[in-house]
Design a protein around this ligand. Structure first.
Ligand SMILES: *[C@@H]1O[C@H](CO)[C@@H](O)[C@H](O)[C@H]1NC(C)=O
Ligand SMILES: *[C@@H]1O[C@H](CO)[C@@H](O)[C@H](O)[C@H]1NC(C)=O
Ligand SMILES: *[C@@H]1O[C@H](CO)[C@@H](O)[C@H](O)[C@H]1NC(C)=O
Ligand SMILES: *[C@@H]1O[C@H](CO)[C@@H](O)[C@H](O)[C@H]1NC(C)=O
Ligand SMILES: *[C@@H]1O[C@H](CO)[C@@H](O)[C@H](O)[C@H]1NC(C)=O
Length: 767
């Protein structure tokens, strides 16, 4: 049945902001994560947990017991320790206990909100999909808003029995019976003890006290990664086709750590508990479409949990964020795979037919397609004074009501739609400002966005006709559009603020108008006062890009179970595409300027090539610890991240064996940086590669030696790169955001087909 699926549509833009809120708890009780060094546990205790409980029960409490501490979670796999609600004085007592490593006050994360498998070149009987048997025996863990288990995307038809090693479970709860899990959805749990302490009301009226998804985001991301094929999926007719995930045979285990409460946020205590559980259960890939505000790795539970996961061979894939600005990348720890969002070669259209049938104008729209507007009165301006804009309160509702408004100018397209909606217009024709875009949910009146070149046609018709009329016909989907991919304007850009010496993000994947499963009980859109519902939804964000990468990781894991997480990432980065479907360098979706590795890392993911990279840049926990030493982390801070306590830095180095190169300038002054790298042959046969540098005059790059010989599989070779940045040198600079330049180093196999390409970037410090 996989073979019948042609168009695969999975999708996001959930700009759900989850601001930090002060606890409104009385008497000073607050949630904390307490990290402990378990090697110091006194011998009478049989388990870590009994030690922690004994510590909590020995704390002093007031006479009325009102400030008794509450245990939230015990952490064992992602970190050693526990979380609890404590008073300041109780916290002080715990911090004086021998074995206390670190305290984290509660913090809150935000969510970073599908044609795509075909766009990525995935074909059922060929390449990576066939070689991996579509990812069977790989489990993808999704930490998100839960799952809607009845969605057809989680149908387990044709799936073999659950792997025996799997330790995960399905938890029952509100509207969720554990029998809802199956061979596709093999785990479902929920974590909300921390959020309940946040001082906000977790809405029990709305969100489910169970793994069931209320918000829809988790159902979308899970089905994008590994949804089963669903023929005939669409968003009100748009993107119609067979929707399926990237690894349609992989298993899913969902960990719900985000609930709808008054502010919508995820508590660090809950996210850490979810990672802890996922590691224990035995996931192979972890996908997190959420992020905490940028903070040092020793205070970020995703960075800490991901380190433990990486040590167990789990690939952790995280969204880069939706801030769109330089230095805004989230989840940039070098042991994480950080994902940027790009567009796909698909868009949605509507037709404007003028009353005299003189002309059909082709515009863009995602207005629900079954609402064609026939023969409406076309409204443009008042009397002789032509209206130019439909900005807020520009229209007179008495005159506009029931008409199709033509807004020939204006900057903010969302605002123009709102204004037409306020006036109860029948429809609206907007001119593309080429600067912004609309989300599907913003089309709450029948709206068509036309190209500026079509404005005169409509103006001419209105001037000629006595009663100008128009029809708006919705529901066209076009594929194969060019150029694609482009970097989504909202995708967060590098460098990484916390450790700029490693280039981030790592890779780009589809994250714009992705169609994927949605929760049928949550409205996708409002038209007038009517809510619309759909089993599939178009959505955009790095949230949507992340599960695409998690799905590809699952396919690669099936084929190469012996590769380390760093090797998997290297294979994907060095084989990614840097040109689009017109054969030109990838550009930015809104600015149309040439994009750089600060936008897309190694490039746009190419799963079939990632299966066979030739060589990889491998690395592991020792090198990551040397890197933390290079960041001048103290022994204690290193212990917090790695659970290795009392570590004494021998080698401190910011030069990780990473598949990319970045030189950070001091302000705008010229600098040089030298890199040492080791490549590992992952082919069975010996091979020979030569270095080819493609760099502008502003980057002088030397590679020594220029040729490398590899024996069979596992053979390693070192080389050195020196990059001199000459800011006066012309070249394709990094435009718009700030000063910088970029090029590429490719190791090209002599007499073979492999090309192992790495980006080389220079970038100024944050101005
Ligand atoms: C869960 O489903 C099973 C099988 O359908 C049923 O026997 C059981 O009573 C259900 N449990 C709950 C708590 O509803
Ligand atoms: C058409 O729109 C109405 C709401 O106006 C909705 O109830 C109905 O399900 C839609 N039909 C289809 C086929 O999308
Ligand atoms: C809106 O149009 C109506 C009818 O032409 C008119 O009476 C009214 O004064 C107008 N309102 C404004 C605010 O211009
Ligand atoms: C979904 O909505 C329907 C209709 O309102 C309701 O009957 C059903 O119980 C809801 N399902 C869940 C799981 O909340
Ligand atoms: C950067 O440049 C400033 C002034 O040009 C200098 O004071 C500072 O020490 C430099 N920093 C580094 C890290 O080189």
């Amino acid at each position: 049945m996989v073979h019948n699926c042609h168009v695969i549509l999975l999708i996001v833009l959930s700009f759900i902001f989850l601001p930090c809120m002060k606890s409104s708890q009385s008497n000073d009780l607050r949630p904390y994560i307490i990290q402990m060094d378990v090697s110091t546990m006194p011998s009478p205790f049989a388990t870590h947990e009994s030690w922690y409980f004994s510590m909590l029960s020995s704390l002093s409490v007031s006479l009325n017991d009102q400030d008794a501490p509450t245990h939230l979670y015990t952490y064992t796999h992602a970190m050693h320790g526990f979380s609890a609600v404590l008073t300041a004085s109780q916290l002080m007592q715990i911090e004086q206990t021998h074995g206390h490593v670190a305290t984290f006050p509660e913090s809150y994360a935000q969510l970073l909100t599908t044609h795509t498998p075909e766009f990525l070149g995935l074909k059922p009987n060929l390449g990576v999909s066939a070689a991996s048997n579509h990812g069977s025996d790989v489990v993808i863990g999704i930490i998100d808003t839960g799952v809607w288990p009845e969605s057809k995307s989680f149908n387990d038809e044709g799936m073999p029995p659950v792997p025996e090693r799997w330790k995960g479970k399905c938890e029952s709860g509100t509207q969720f019976n554990s029998s809802l899990c199956n061979r596709k959805l093999i785990g479902a749990r929920f974590f909300r003890k921390g959020l309940k302490q946040s001082g906000n009301r977790v809405s029990t009226k709305n969100d489910y006290n169970s793994p069931r998804d209320f918000l829809g985001h988790g159902t979308h991301t899970a089905s994008t990664a590994a949804g089963s094929p669903v023929p005939g999926a669409s968003y009100f007719g748009y993107a119609y086709g067979c929707a399926q995930g990237i690894a349609p045979m992989a298993r899913l285990s969902v960990y719900k750590a985000i609930f709808l409460d008054e502010t919508q946020k995820a508590a660090a205590t809950d996210v850490l508990a979810a990672i802890d559980q996922a590691i224990f259960d035995g996931v192979n890939v972890l996908s997190l479409s959420l992020g905490f505000p940028n903070m040092d790795y020793y205070t970020n539970v995703i960075a800490i949990g991901a380190f433990a996961a990486m040590e167990k061979g789990i690939v952790v894939v995280c969204a880069a964020g939706n801030d769109g600005m330089a230095y805004s990348v989230l989840n940039g720890a070098p042991w994480i795979m950080t994902v940027a969002a790009g567009t796909v070669d698909r868009d949605f259209f509507a037709k404007v037919t003028l009353g005299d049938n003189s002309k059909n104008i082709h515009g863009r729209s995602i207005f629900p397609s079954n609402k064609t507007v026939y023969d409406g009165d076309l409204y443009y301006g008042r009397g002789n004074k032509r209206m130019e804009s439909c900005d807020i309160f520009a229209l007179n509702e008495t005159t506009v009501k029931g008409k199709i408004v033509f807004c020939s100018a204006g900057d903010d397209m969302s605002e123009q739609i709102s204004e037409a909606n306020r006036c109860e217009a029948l429809g609206v024709i907007i001119v593309d400002n080429k600067k912004t875009f609309l989300l599907p949910g913003e089309y709450n009146v029948p709206a068509v966005i036309i190209d500026p070149t079509d404005v005169q046609v409509i103006k001419k018709y209105i001037k000629e006709g006595r009663t100008a009329k128009a029809s708006l016909i919705f529901g066209e989907t076009e594929l194969g559009l060019k150029p694609a991919p482009r970097v989504a304007s909202f995708s967060s850009r590098g460098p990484n603020y916390i450790s700029p010496s490693v280039l981030k993000p790592d890779i780009m994947a589809p994250g714009f108008n992705i169609l994927a499963a949605w929760v049928p009980n949550k409205s996708v859109q409002m038209i007038g006062n009517q809510n619309l519902y759909s089993d599939f939804k178009l959505d955009s964000g790095t949230s949507m890009a992340t599960p695409h990468v998690a799905g590809v990781v699952a396919l690669l894991r099936s084929i190469h179970p012996d590769w380390s997480p760093a090797a998997v990432r290297s294979a994907m980065m060095t084989t990614a595409d840097i040109i689009d479907n017109t054969g030109k360098p990838i550009t930015d979706m809104v600015a149309s300027t040439v994009a750089s590795p600060l936008d897309f890392g190694g490039g746009h993911i190419n799963p079939n090539r990632a299966m066979d990279p030739g060589l990889v840049y491998d690395t592991g926990s020792e090198e990551y610890i040397d890197f933390l030493c290079g960041l001048r982390y103290t022994s204690r801070q290193i212990g917090v991240v790695t659970q290795k306590h009392g570590y004494k830095c021998g080698k401190a180095s910011l030069d990780l064996n990473y598949p990319s190169f970045i030189v950070i300038m001091n302000g705008t002054s010229e600098v040089s940086r030298s890199f040492k790298r080791v490549l590992t042959n992952v082919e069975d046969s010996p091979s020979k590669y030569r270095a080819v540098v493609n760099a502008p005059a502003g980057l002088k790059v030397a590679v020594i030696p220029p040729v490398l010989f590899f024996k069979g599989k596992g053979s390693k070779q070192e080389f050195y790169v020196r990059v001199d940045v000459n800011i006066k040198g012309k070249g394709k600079g990094i435009t718009g955001k700030f000063l910088g330049n970029f090029g590429f180093l490719s190791w090209i196999e002599i007499g073979g087909k492999h090309v192992v390409r790495s980006p080389i970037v220079s970038a100024s410090t944050l101005q």
